[in-house]
Ligand binder design. Structure first.
Ligand SMILES: Nc1ncnc2c1ncn2[C@@H]1O[C@H](COP(=O)(O)OP(=O)(O)OP(=O)(O)O)[C@@H](O)[C@H]1O
Ligand SMILES: [Mg+2]
Length: 316
């Protein structure tokens, strides 16, 4: 189980986007007319906003044309609106090489921008509107300034219905070796509350423990953090069972929502209690401190944690 299912099962075409037929039809029509307005995708997490923006780019430019014609930015980038504006400027400056006379900029989490930053964004949108189309994505449309809203065609994404979520589970079942107990798909769909990301992450975590998916198995995943899990993750890593250990780490992050630093804190507790040569213990802790330093500096959390799990197996 090497790939995260959220990525593995991310729709690549409009046909693969489940349960949002209404939007898909409207967005498709814009693309066919080659006349794309600015779009504002608003709504609950894990409902397909970013996914739809990516499909729009793929449909317009083809897989190979995406690079150079599509720019993905995250508005919650804490380097601020000036960095974002500069990136947009640099990107818009180069001529589009595709047949389409404009490029597409997707700005995720646009609702995290302050009012002032949104004013700046609005001016930027105006300045580049002849050469760029913007797709803004946000959770809360009420946080987006009216003058920005009025420049966009708005799509309000709702949580997926239970039926749509079960369809997604059927697809995953067809591609992975999984066996669902009766009624468990419906149960998982119910507790995911319309959020596909939550649905896929919960299922992947349950499947990493047991490919037979039961209601108890799911409940175990969505329970509160169990310190035993961190212990188990450390033990698995030390036994050289890297993949299993990593699956658990992913579960702690994606399902329980623990941050990298929170996981490190738990690992520290486990290591203090380990019954090993004190010299080895010191090596474990020393390494942990350098991983912590890198996380605070903003390195990729998953990569750093993976590296640490690998270290646990290697240090002797
Ligand atoms: N309508 C859908 N059909 C099939 N899969 C979906 C759908 N919506 C989301 N997914 C799956 O869920 C994952 C997360 O979706 P996506 O990133 O598009 O959510 P989002 O709406 O942008 O959420 P956020 O508000 O958190 O940014 C995707 O990678 C994909 O696997
Ligand atoms: Mg998104």
């Amino acid at each position: 189980m090497n790939q995260i299912w959220v990525d593995k099962f991310r729709p690549q075409t409009f046909d693969q986007i489940i349960g949002q037929d209404n939007f898909v039809k409207r967005v498709k029509a814009f693309i066919e007319s080659k006349n794309l307005p600015h779009l504002l995708f608003a709504g609950a997490p894990g409902t397909g906003k970013t996914t739809t923006a990516l499909v729009v780019a793929r449909e317009l430019y083809g897989e190979h044309g995406i690079k150079g014609n599509f720019l993905e930015l995250n508005a919650s980038d804490d380097r601020g609106i000036d960095v974002i504006r500069n990136q947009i400027k640099e990107f818009a400056k180069l001529k589009s090489l595709a047949n389409i006379p404009y490029k597409v900029i997707c700005l995720d989490e646009a609702d995290s921008l302050t009012k002032d930053a949104q004013q700046a964004l609005r001016r930027t949108m105006e300045k580049y509107s002849s050469s760029c189309r913007f797709i803004l994505a946000c959770n809360e449309i009420s946080k987006i300034l009216d003058p920005i809203q009025s420049r966009c065609v708005i799509f309000k994404f709702k949580g997926l219905t239970k039926d749509a979520l079960v369809t997604i589970l059927d697809k995953i079942e067809a591609e992975e070796t999984l066996k669902f107990d009766d009624g468990v798909k419906e149960y998982l769909a119910e507790i995911s509350k319309g959020d596909v990301r939550k649905l896929q992450n919960t299922l992947q975590a349950a499947a990493s423990i047991n490919f037979n998916i039961t209601k108890d198995g799911i409940n175990e995943i969505i329970d509160f953090v169990n310190p035993k899990e961190v212990e188990e993750m450390v033990d698995l890593a030390r036994e050289g069972k890297f993949e299993k250990s990593r699956d658990l780490m992913i579960k702690l992050r994606s399902i329980r929502g623990l941050s990298g630093l929170e996981i490190l804190k738990e690992i520290y507790r486990v290591i203090l209690k380990l019954d090993v040569d004190p010299k080895l213990k010191i090596k474990f802790i020393d390494k942990l401190a350098s991983v912590e330093f890198r996380l605070v500096e903003g390195s990729d959390e998953e990569l750093q944690l993976e590296a640490y799990l690998a270290t646990l197996a290697l240090l002797k």
